[in-house]
Unconditional design. Structure first.
Length: 547
């Protein structure tokens, strides 16, 4: 515990200067953003991308917008393929240290270039967040932390790819650079090596076991809150075995693990801790870690219901919504009780529903925008496909919340349902529900009768839910037109049982996604989810039918 406290304190103090600089930039977002753009142009005008777009002649953000088109990943892929093959000076003058994989909601995996400048930009955002977090919750300094470590995917090893540049980082902490990774490793309640466990059941068991041994756990940081739910749901079935392992210092799945890892998960017997756990039981989550102070996770958009459920299970823990942080870059950070734009990190632009591009300082409260990034890793006017709403200001800098994915569209019959629209439909559908369903997903469904949308829901269906859903979806004129022509049938409802999130992750892991990359969505473009998720259809004529 002393080691973790010292490491936490060192990280907190080292983050002080970036906190001061960030607080100052909040009062002058235009100046901070213009400096980032000047540096990007000055550093990269001699690259292949810079020469093709005439970066050396650009002096203003307006000239930058005229010279460089907004691009999505597929349009940047040829440049990134050149980097992967070992070519230098393609998107950045700096060497690309890593190509970091991430998966979109529908697209295949993307490889995002990381340079020294990219690491610096991330830390200029993470530093103020960490300083502010520990300043507001000083008890979180006093114990180890859990930062999400997901198992490797079940697909072909990323290391074996034909790439001169290394693919991926070992764990989430490595995104922040070597020094901070060492600090995080010193405070971790669970070692990064657990990512090598590919069997999801074994990974869950070992992770939960190691967490239960750490009574003094003070902070948990995960991405989607359902990631933590996935762990907690593993406890009741194997509770007696877990408690016995804590008491004896053993691990029931040691024989399934690599020898080096098996040795590292053994521990000293701890009968006192085992007795404490036995008295608390697996359902009293708030009693398992009495010193747990902060849970950091996504809590906007589709993550809101799952975050609210965790807040209910952990009533004495402060749930801090994360900022908008993607593999491609950071858009906002938690700071001073709000989520201001990370104006000292990347150059940010925003596109409204009419296609008009605005700079960070020009955003209007109450309006929604899609995010465009220019980063030190070489992504230039990159369409992130994340949609945000401006909810206030901190100083002169907009504070935002994540709404949904702007680029996720399901279009089987011309209906063009977007993630943002469906997020609004689900919010209205469950308005007033307490609690809201922790898992709700709309997806296309095709069978012998035709095509329709199914709502997969882990809650009871109120009367008329299907008709209400159909009416709300019909606010989209393309969907309404398809319904009138009978191209789409009446929506269907599917009542989920068991652990739908685990089954959801299982399907996507089979497709090659890592668990930490999987983000539950309100809209999926994949069909046939009834073959993967536990539960049954609710059919007004035929009652319940197993999926």
């Amino acid at each position: 515990m002393v080691k973790a406290t010292l490491a936490n304190s060192a990280w907190w103090l080292a983050s002080g200067p970036s906190r001061v600089a960030f607080a100052s930039a909040l009062d002058d977002p235009s100046g901070a953003q213009e400096e980032i753009l000047r540096r990007f142009i000055g550093d990269n005008s001699g690259t292949a991308f810079g020469r093709e777009h005439g970066l050396a002649d650009i002096r203003t953000p307006e000239q930058f917008a005229r010279r460089v088109p907004v691009r999505n990943y597929d349009e940047l892929r040829p440049w990134i393929d050149r980097i992967r093959q070992g070519e230098q000076q393609v998107l950045t003058s700096e060497p690309v240290r890593r190509l970091v994989p991430t998966s979109g909601s529908t697209a295949a995996r993307k490889l995002i270039p990381y340079t020294a400048s990219m690491h610096g930009q991330l830390n200029r955002a993470v530093g103020p967040w960490i300083f502010d977090l520990y300043q507001r919750q000083p008890r979180a300094l006093l114990g180890p932390s859990y930062w999400s470590i997901s198992p490797l995917s079940q697909s072909k090893s990323e290391v074996a790819e034909d790439s001169v540049v290394p693919i991926g980082f070992d764990d989430d902490a490595a995104y922040l650079g070597l020094w901070r990774k060492h600090v995080i490793d010193a405070v971790m309640a669970v070692p990064a090596e657990l990512k090598t466990i590919t069997a999801i059941e074994d990974w869950r068991y070992v992770t939960v076991l190691l967490l239960l041994r750490r009574r003094e756990l003070s902070l948990i940081s995960v991405w989607h809150p359902s990631f933590l739910t996935l762990l907690l749901n593993a406890m009741p079935q194997c509770w007696d075995r877990l408690v016995t392992d804590v008491a004896d210092g053993t691990c029931a799945v040691t024989s399934h693990l690599p020898p080096a890892l098996a040795e590292s998960v053994e521990a000293r017997p701890d009968a006192r801790r085992a007795d404490e756990l036995r008295q608390a039981g697996p359902s009293a989550i708030h009693r398992l870690w009495p010193r747990l102070t902060v849970l950091s996770c996504w809590a906007d958009g589709h993550a809101a219901p799952a975050a609210a459920e965790l807040a209910r299970l952990l009533p004495s823990v402060a749930v801090q919504p994360k900022g908008l942080l993607a593999t491609e870059g950071v858009v906002s950070v938690p700071f001073a009780g709000q989520h201001p734009l990370a104006v000292r990190s990347h150059f940010l632009e925003f596109e409204d529903d009419g296609g008009r591009i605005s700079l960070a300082s020009d955003l209007e409260v109450g309006r929604a925008y899609a995010v465009i990034l220019t980063t030190g890793g070489g992504l230039c006017r990159y369409r992130l496909n994340d949609r945000v709403e401006v909810v206030g200001r901190l100083g002169r800098t907009p504070s935002i919340r994540f709404v949904g994915k702007a680029g996720l569209v399901s279009d089987r019959r011309g209906e063009k349902l977007t993630d943002g629209f469906v997020a609004d439909v689900l919010a209205r559908l469950f308005e007033g529900s307490n609690p809201r369903p922790s898992f709700a997903m709309l997806a296309p469904d095709i069978d012998a009768e035709g095509c329709r949308y199914t709502l997969y829901l882990n809650a009871d269906f109120p009367p008329g839910l299907s008709a209400t859903l159909d009416a709300l979806l019909s606010a989209n004129p393309q969907y309404a037109y398809c319904r009138r022509l009978a191209q789409l049938l009446t929506p269907r409802l599917f009542r989920l049982s068991g652990d739908p999130y685990a089954a959801y992750c299982g399907r996507l892991r089979q497709a090659g996604q890592r668990l930490g990359e999987i983000k539950p969505v309100g809209l999926s473009c994949l069909d046939d989810w009834s073959s993967y998720l536990p539960g049954a259809y609710a059919d007004s004529k035929n009652g319940l039918r197993s999926g």
